[in-house]
Design a protein around this ligand. Structure first.
Ligand code: IMP
Ligand code: ZN
Length: 347
């Protein structure tokens, strides 16, 4: 099977996808049309072309965070947030994804409270996408630029919805511009959520800050995102690298995101190689498939081609992701799906 077809057919798990960064152009146009038809046209059509960030983009990392305002303008009503959730999950399913942990930051908008924001996504996952074969759940995001008070409110909402819908709201995470805010300020909110049963993942080492990487790894999150500046070759040091290797915390790898935001020079020099060779658990993810014009199968293909990973190893990489999912009760059904594929193609 050629690598393109193989990567699309391979059952895959998406563990790091931000809802408002994952909107395709098709989805954004659908949302725009809905808002226009209902007399709520916004001005985001002017900026739609600025939503995507390609490899040679001259915008710096901080500029990249502005693009999410374009998506946020489109997902500020319950209806469009629900449409965005359902359309995005469907696109992942069409790309051969059998499980997704979609993440999103609860916002207060003129049409919704933070609780209603979460309720809308949860009900869409439980009702509108229930007839799809893909299993979807939600990780609640805290933005690093939010206040200590807002972080605590989000933790409260996350705990409330995890208690009500433990199968759907499975985790909490810290994201946002890594140059803003301090991990320590969010530690109490994250710790409280963890004690209430939510799993935790942290964007870690997206820019170089060895002290923060150590604080994060010592917090022992269930997974980390990116993990760029941990190996000494990429701005980490021996202490950060040894701590990661010893902890065996799984790393959500987002190849195109790192290249396009210039956290990584190019695919060939991506830290995936160091992590994979050192047997640190890794999962291939998209981060923001809309912003970076990618897909999960494309990320698997880039990984295979860049690092020379043969199809049987790629299938096992995908299979291993079952060990790191937050909805632990889904592990068996997902690994059976993967093993059927592996056996069918004698990989
Ligand atoms: P949302 O949480 O669904 O609104 O998705 C967009 C948000 O995800 C952004 O406002 C950021 O806070 C976060 N995000 C998306 N991509 C990245 C990334 O590469 N690093 C850190 N945060 C990110
Ligand atoms: Zn991310």
């Amino acid at each position: 099977m050629n690598i393109d077809t193989f990567c699309r057919q391979l059952p895959k798990l998406e563990l790091h996808a931000h809802l408002n960064g994952s909107l395709s152009r098709f989805t954004m146009l659908e949302l725009q049309r809905y808002l226009a038809d209902n007399g709520m046209a916004d001005k985001s059509n002017v900026f739609l072309d600025e939503f995507q960030i390609g490899a040679g983009d001259t915008r710096n990392l901080s500029d990249c965070f502005q693009v999410f305002n374009i998506a946020h303008a489109l997902t500020s009503t319950k209806k469009t947030l629900s449409m965005a959730t359902a359309l995005t999950i469907k696109e992942f399913e069409d790309d051969g994804c059998c499980y997704i942990e979609l993440r999103s930051t609860p916002r207060t908008t003129p049409h919704m409270t933070m609780s209603e924001y979460v309720e809308t996504i949860v009900q869409t996952m439980r009702k509108e996408t229930a007839d799809m074969t893909i299993i979807s759940c939600l990780i609640i995001s805290i933005n690093r630029s939010s206040t200590h008070e807002d972080a605590n409110i989000i933790a409260d909402v996350a705990i409330e919805y995890h208690t009500k819908y433990p199968d759907t709201v499975v985790g909490i995470e810290l994201s946002g511009n890594p140059a803003v805010g301090k991990f320590q300020n969010f530690l109490p909110a994250l710790d409280r959520a963890r004690k209430a049963g939510l799993k935790v993942t942290l964007h870690c080492g997206e820019i170089c800050n060895q002290q923060e990487v150590i604080e994060m790894l010592n917090f022992k999150p269930d997974r980390i995102g990116h993990g760029v500046c941990i190996h000494p070759l990429f701005g980490g040091n021996d202490a950060t690298w040894e701590l990661l290797c010893k902890s065996q915390i799984p790393v959500e790898i987002c190849l195109t995101s790192n290249v396009n935001t210039k956290s990584t020079q190019d695919y060939n020099s991506h830290h995936f190689k160091e992590l994979y060779n050192a047997k640190v658990p890794v999962v291939i993810c998209t981060d923001d498939k809309g912003v970076f014009a990618t897909s999960l199968s494309q990320e698997y293909r880039i990984c295979a081609e860049t690092f020379g990973i043969e199809q049987s190893k790629l299938a096992r990489l995908s299979l291993s992701a079952c060990n790191y999912i937050f909805a632990e009760d889904k592990r068996k059904i997902l690994s059976d799906t993967m093993l059927n594929f592996i056996n069918k193609y004698e990989l």
